[in-house]
Design a binder for this molecule. Structure first.
Ligand SMILES: *Cc1c(COP(=O)(O)O)cnc(C)c1O
Length: 469
């Protein structure tokens, strides 16, 4: 019997859909999706038979079911799941920016069932959503009041819209940034219904430029931190402390968009990021920052400042569209408590990783190398890690990495990404690099197992063409 004669033996879609292994996929994917996969694979099988590409004794049902399961696994591999970050980029946007502290994870888990998000347990009355988190944030930053929205971009839109819709907002030309992902400040201004009033030049803006621009049409003055790039050389611009001193109508708020939102002085570690507490102390009407950059918590946009302005934001109709869920509030509350306890550097993974001493990372690398079955392919190298998340541009942290050579790095990287516990690594021209700044000691055994499996599976000899990423 030829392969084309075997076409008649091709199992029907209906029969395949009743196969036990296919039926079991129903726990994770829809029947419609399974049917599509089965039809696609049956068609593939038909083509193979017509081209005589299948061994004559191949079990067709087995061949098809295997490929359907393979498609299902590829799909399930895209589910959100834990990934080991061996890139050394601490705030890795593709990996969800800041990992949360254990306390925040537990708090979010506890809040994921029924929780007192709008209930005062003492009186039994309705309470203001997230009021305790806001009070803690105000206490931490020294501000009169605080408000939380979905992210810092939302916070920017909210302040512009609520305080200056239909009016002008004054901003320095050197601060009209694109934050990333096409999020450009001039577009945000337009979307919020405010007119952009640019002042100064790219490199130099003076206080008098702001003063000259403020008039009866001004709604607000905003300073935006140039998070992801730096200007140096013949450069000047007034600080937030000078902007707040500026002569202006009572209705004009001075806003400080800080971006990364550092709470502690990070200069001993070489990081020059604007500090939220300094911004509040300077007298900014509203200071805003992200919850998942240097604050080290869940994704959120945090606004702190003068009561009168925060109240105005709270009453804005778009506030309701930007409010965060109970999981975020719970995680943020736990993160804020860590900041208040003074233990941020040791208990927030983000700050802890940024401040890890290179020697500790070197030892971690040595432990990993000792667990790799082919010690000659792995070696310790010095490298540089980044803070990431569009913050502290051009600043690198001295670190150590495990470099793996002798295998096509793209193949190895893909094996590691698609293994039991996905691992994201750095790939160079001829090697794979694992910067262990962002890997914890407790992850080393799993990481070693995955590397050993990836090496064992990388049977393709070195120096072949990399696969398309
Ligand atoms: C990162 C950043 C934002 C956007 O924050 P998200 O939390 O990502 O929305 C806004 N402004 C500045 C200055 C930033 O650095």
């Amino acid at each position: 019997m030829t392969n084309s004669e075997r076409l008649r033996a091709l199992p029907s879609v209906d029969v395949l859909l009743r196969h036990e292994n296919v039926v079991n996929l129903r726990d994770h994917v829809t029947q419609a999706q399974i049917t599509t996969w089965v039809r696609e694979v049956v068609q593939e099988c038909r083509e193979h038979l017509l081209k005589d590409q299948l061994a004559i004794n191949t079990c067709l049902t087995g061949w098809i079911v295997d490929r359907v399961l393979h498609k299902a696994n590829a799909d399930l591999g895209q589910r959100l799941q834990p990934v080991i970050n061996a890139t050394g980029v601490v705030l890795h946007t593709n990996l969800g920016r800041s990992p949360m502290p254990e306390q925040a994870i537990r708090a979010a888990e506890n809040a994921s069932r029924y929780t007192n998000v709008e209930l005062d347990l003492e009186s039994g009355r309705r309470s203001k959503r997230g009021h305790r988190v806001m009070a803690l944030l105000a206490e931490l930053t020294g501000a009169e009041d605080a408000l939380v929205v979905n992210n810092c971009a939302a916070a920017t839109v909210l302040v512009l819209q609520a305080l200056a819709a239909g009016q002008e907002v004054v901003v320095s030309r050197g601060q009209l940034v694109e934050i990333g992902g096409g999020f450009r400040l001039p577009d945000v201004f337009r979307a919020a219904g405010v007119t952009l009033r640019e002042v100064g030049t790219t490199n130099r803006t003076y206080l008098r430029d702001y003063e000259a621009a403020v008039n009866e049409n001004t709604g607000a003055v905003i300073r935006v931190h140039r998070s992801n790039f730096s200007l140096s050389g013949f450069v000047t611009e007034p600080g937030i402390d000078e902007l707040v001193q500026m002569e202006r109508p009572d209705s004009v708020a001075v806003i400080d968009d800080l971006g990364s939102g550092s709470m502690i002085d990070m200069t001993p570690y070489g990081l020059e990021e604007p500090n939220v507490i300094d911004s509040v102390r300077s007298g900014a009407d509203i200071s805003l920052f992200s919850g998942d950059k240097l604050f080290g918590g869940p994704q959120a946009g945090i606004l702190v400042g003068k009561k009168r302005w925060i109240e105005k934001l709270r009453r804005s109709p778009i506030m309701r569209a930007m409010r965060v869920d109970k999981l975020t509030l719970a995680a943020l509350e736990a993160t804020t408590e860590i900041h208040l306890s003074g233990k941020a550097l040791t208990e927030l993974p983000t700050l802890q990783m940024i401040t890890t001493n290179p020697d500790t990372i070197r030892q971690r690398c040595e432990t990993l190398i000792s667990r790799i079955n082919h010690p000659d392919v792995a070696k310790l190298i010095p490298c540089e890690s980044q803070v990431g998340g569009g913050s502290v541009p051009g600043f690198n942290l001295a670190s150590f990495a495990v470099q793996i050579t002798g295998f096509p790095p793209h193949h190895l990287a893909r094996h590691l990404r698609t293994g039991e516990t996905p691992v994201q690594t750095r790939v160079t021209d001829d090697s794979l690099i694992l910067d262990l700044r962002t890997v914890s000691d407790s992850q080393l055994p799993v990481l070693a197992t995955n590397i050993n499996a990836a090496i064992a599976n990388s049977e393709i000899p070195a120096n072949t063409e990399p696969v398309a990423e």
